[in-house]
Design a protein around this ligand. Structure first.
Ligand code: N2P
Length: 365
């Protein structure tokens, strides 16, 4: 009995030591969107701090949310969009930030902080990282060949008018695989509020997709970057910076393919992606170090210069390449900004209806 007790004690002591060692380990696990960081950003952080980073990627809020709600994601930093944040905060997914550990907070843009506080009062749980819009990436040459010189590339008609989609099928159409972003895009096109909870209206949005479904090559939220750049598809509804990455890749590859990004005149969705620490993160101190590192103007400007998304760091703006600062896709002019609406934060029940409808759209039935 005594022996057994001592063994137990020894085991639990060993366990405690292991836990402390793990918590103090120089490791960090980050779960971010794909194509959303500079090629050297993580290595630079590792070199400066000696912290070993495991860096995994996802390409939709839906995927991230499933991991977070299942619990024990194992990640120390995750990057939800603000449209998902409020619900996740309520579900107790994140810890409150200790801003005394974030000396570079002062560099953040106060206007963006205020906007982001709509889903996180006082910015208590999350830091805005990058923001962008959901518009149309297209290959002007191919679209012109199929639809003629007057192709409505500045309008959602380009895709939602079945007669256009039917023709564009020949060169390849893709949509994001995200019901929470695509259904509101269709609701908006139909003239309904983007946060409409009327099931009939949501069904109409679904029907709009059903009509053009036979002409869609695929629904995917990251594959279109290389497919646009390679000329495998000619129109993709996608995230602003991802399309700009496709444009840059096509340019680097030579003159064969040219890519443009359009924010349709009817308006388009905008999003903020936020850095947050899950409640059960094992390496919280290292998470703070990484967050603070990402708020350094030189670091975050370099990220923007590589991925084409606008960051939320006012102090970094002078360090952002002029070509990106002047690109209306990354930094839209005031008049275009006024047409953007935030991806709506829908209640779970509505989210489920949209997800079920979306599955049918994807299956085409
Ligand atoms: C990165 C996409 C991030 C923008 N590939 C969507 N929130």
């Amino acid at each position: 009995m005594k022996m057994f007790g001592r063994t137990l004690l020894t085991l639990s002591l060993l366990g405690a030591i292991a836990t402390v060692a793990q918590a103090n380990d120089k490791v960090l696990r980050v779960y971010n969107w794909s194509d959303y960081i500079g090629p050297d950003t993580v290595r630079k952080f590792e070199d400066e701090t000696g912290i070993q980073v495991t860096y995994d990627v996802f390409d939709s809020n839906e995927t991230l949310e499933a991991r977070l709600l299942a619990g024990k994601s194992g990640y120390d930093i995750v990057v939800p969009s603000n449209s998902f944040l409020a619900k996740q905060i309520k579900a107790g997914v994140y810890q409150e930030l200790d801003k005394s550990k974030l000396a570079n907070w002062k560099n953040l843009n106060p206007v963006l902080l205020k906007n982001a506080s709509a889903s996180d009062p006082d910015n208590a749980h999350a830091i805005p990282y990058m923001w962008g819009s959901i518009g149309i990436g297209f290959n002007p040459q191919k679209v012109k060949e199929v639809l003629g010189a007057n192709a409505p590339t500045n309008s959602w008609d380009l895709l939602f008018k079945p007669e256009n989609a039917e023709k564009l099928k020949a060169c390849g159409i893709s949509f994001l695989d995200s019901p929470t972003e695509m259904i509101p895009t269709a609701l908006h096109y139909l003239g309904y509020p983007v946060n409409d909870q009327d099931k009939q209206h949501i069904a109409q949005a679904q029907a709009l997709f059903m009509k053009i479904r036979p002409n869609v090559a695929y629904f995917h939220s990251s594959k279109y970057i290389s497919d646009l750049a390679n000329g495998n598809i000619c129109v993709a509804v996608g995230y602003s910076g991802d399309v700009l990455q496709a444009k840059a890749r096509a340019q680097e590859a030579g003159d064969k393919v040219k890519i443009d990004y359009s924010i349709p005149k009817e308006g388009a969705a905008s999003f903020y992606d936020m850095l947050a620490i899950p409640r059960d993160a094992a390496n919280v101190e290292n998470a703070y170090l990484f967050m603070n590192f990402l708020m350094r103007p030189d670091v975050i400007a370099d990220v923007t210069n590589n991925i084409g998304y606008s960051n939320a760091n006012a102090a970094a703006t002078p360090l952002v390449d002029e070509a990106i600062r002047n690109d209306p896709g990354s930094y839209p002019p005031e008049a275009v900004m006024a047409t953007l609406y935030a991806v709506p934060d829908q209640p779970i029940a509505i989210q489920r209806i949209m997800t079920r409808g979306w599955t049918k759209v994807k299956l085409g039935q």
